[in-house]
Ligand binder design. Structure first.
Ligand code: FES
Length: 136
């Protein structure tokens, strides 16, 4: 049986916006609200290059990633064609104006995914030695 964890009131989530739920392990979960009071929950990580979907623009049942404008379906978590890839979604329910997430999913679902680091790749991380000064 599903144990539901109360997250917030529906009115705590801005219309056409989102709210982040921090977890003990793993990236935050982004809880979105559209203009029909539909509520959706996705890992706050774009399937393209890890952009924070919680900072994207919600429209209809989609969110536009703030980094490169991919459109992600809020119900399924997948990018709309021609783009490809999905971000994990989370079960959510709204009851009497309160928003709940599945407690077990929050604790265990997609805790292994991280946000890619931006910027140039560090030689230490790539296994390459930096070129000595004065060469090249
Ligand atoms: S990281 Fe989201 S579209 Fe590129």
């Amino acid at each position: 049986m599903t144990e539901w964890k109360k997250i917030c009131l529906l009115t705590d989530i801005p219309v056409l916006g989102s709210r982040c739920v921090a977890r003990a392990q793993g990236l935050d979960v982004a809880v979105f609200r559209n203009d029909q009071d539909g509520v959706f929950a996705l890992l706050d990580r774009c399937p393209h290059k890890g952009g924070p979907l919680s900072q994207g623009m919600v429209f209809g049942t989609s969110v536009a990633c703030p980094l490169h404008n991919w459109t992600i379906d809020l119900a399924g978590g997948c990018a709309k064609a021609p783009d490809e890839g999905c971000t994990p979604r989370f079960a959510v329910k709204v009851q009497a104006g309160e928003v709940f997430l599945d407690a077990a999913e929050l604790a265990t679902h997609a805790t292994d995914l991280t946000r890619p680091a931006a910027g140039p790749r560090s030689p230490a991380l790539s296994g390459l030695s930096p070129a000595p000064l004065g060469e090249g």
